[in-house]
Design a protein around this ligand. Structure first.
Ligand code: FAD
Length: 243
């Protein structure tokens, strides 16, 4: 089916119904953000009845907690005829705050001038709360690790340090920037420990003596090293339906 044939099938009425029935909150404004149209999802999300909101400015949704710089950036982008995407603190008609992930697209007329703005937004309050919780848990884990009187580092399959503690950072300073984790791994391998085989077999090792010869230091330093294998979670899109 060609593009023009498709457009023939999708009548303006059908386009209207599609927008009406969209689960995303959609609004159309004039070039000053005065509201000309809202769909039912917009009414549900904002708790504003369409008759009460038509003709009002979108600023009615502002909770006055969004920094003014965000609005300035929003307006300079859309005035430059470019789409804008960002997050604002909005308020429902009840006064309740919610986080809105908003996309605004300028709609141009035949002369390429801005005629309307199309706004599409959804409530991302819960998503934000979840992200904050994950960040908080990471901070908690880091402070627990920091208080441990041992050197701790989490190393990924590419041998990059992805998490460490204060004792590790101190050792990094003592070693003048040489990554301690790499020195430990090299020393273990030199002592005949087959790290790859242990990793494949999911086997841990404990209390292995490791000697580090530090440049500029007469005496070597001795460490008792233990390792535990941790499965890395696959967060790629392809793993979405994998338990
Ligand atoms: P104001 O003091 O009015 O504006 C803050 C700053 O924004 C100003 O200093 C100025 O730099 C800039 N600005 C404001 N109006 C204009 C303008 N007409 N032209 C150029 N620059 C301007 N806001 C929300 O808070 N929530 C929404 O969901 C939302 N949806 C929108 C959807 C669309 C399609 C559009 C076009 C705008 C939307 N806005 C939304 C932005 C809204 O219109 C207001 O600009 C914003 O709420 C700030 O209003 P204010 O009264 O708090 O601050």
């Amino acid at each position: 089916m060609t593009a023009s044939a498709t457009q023939g099938v999708l009548s303006p009425r059908l386009f209207f119904e599609i927008v009406q029935q969209s689960p995303l909150a959609i609004s159309i404004t004039d070039e000053e953000a005065n509201i000309l149209y809202v769909n039912p999802a917009f009414e549900t999300l904002t708790a504003y009845d369409k008759d009460a909101i038509l003709g009002k400015n979108e600023s009615i949704l502002s909770h006055k907690q969004t920094p003014i710089a965000v609005y300035r950036e929003l307006w300079s982008t859309i005035r430059a005829k470019k789409p804008w995407r960002g997050t604002l603190v909005n308020r429902r008609s009840s006064g309740e705050a919610y986080l809105a992930e908003l996309h605004i697209s300028p709609v141009l007329n035949g002369q390429g001038e801005i005629h309307y703005f199309l706004g599409i937004h959804r409530d991302v309050t819960q998503l934000h709360a979840l992200e904050k919780k994950v960040r908080h848990q990471k901070t908690l884990i880091e402070s627990v690790l920091d208080s441990a009187p041992v050197v701790v580092a989490l190393i990924d399959a590419e041998r990059r340090v992805i998490l460490d503690n204060q004792a590790y950072k101190k050792l990094l300073g003592d070693l003048h920037g040489s990554e301690p984790a790499m020195l430990f791994l090299q020393a273990l391998e030199q002592d005949g420990v087959d790290l790859k085989a242990m990793c494949r077999g999911g086997r841990d090792f404990a209390d292995t003596e490791v000697r580090l010869d530090i440049a500029g230091r007469a005496e070597p330093r001795w460490f008792s090293v233990s390792g535990t294998w941790v499965d890395e979670l696959d967060s790629t899109a392809g793993s979405y339906f994998t338990p």
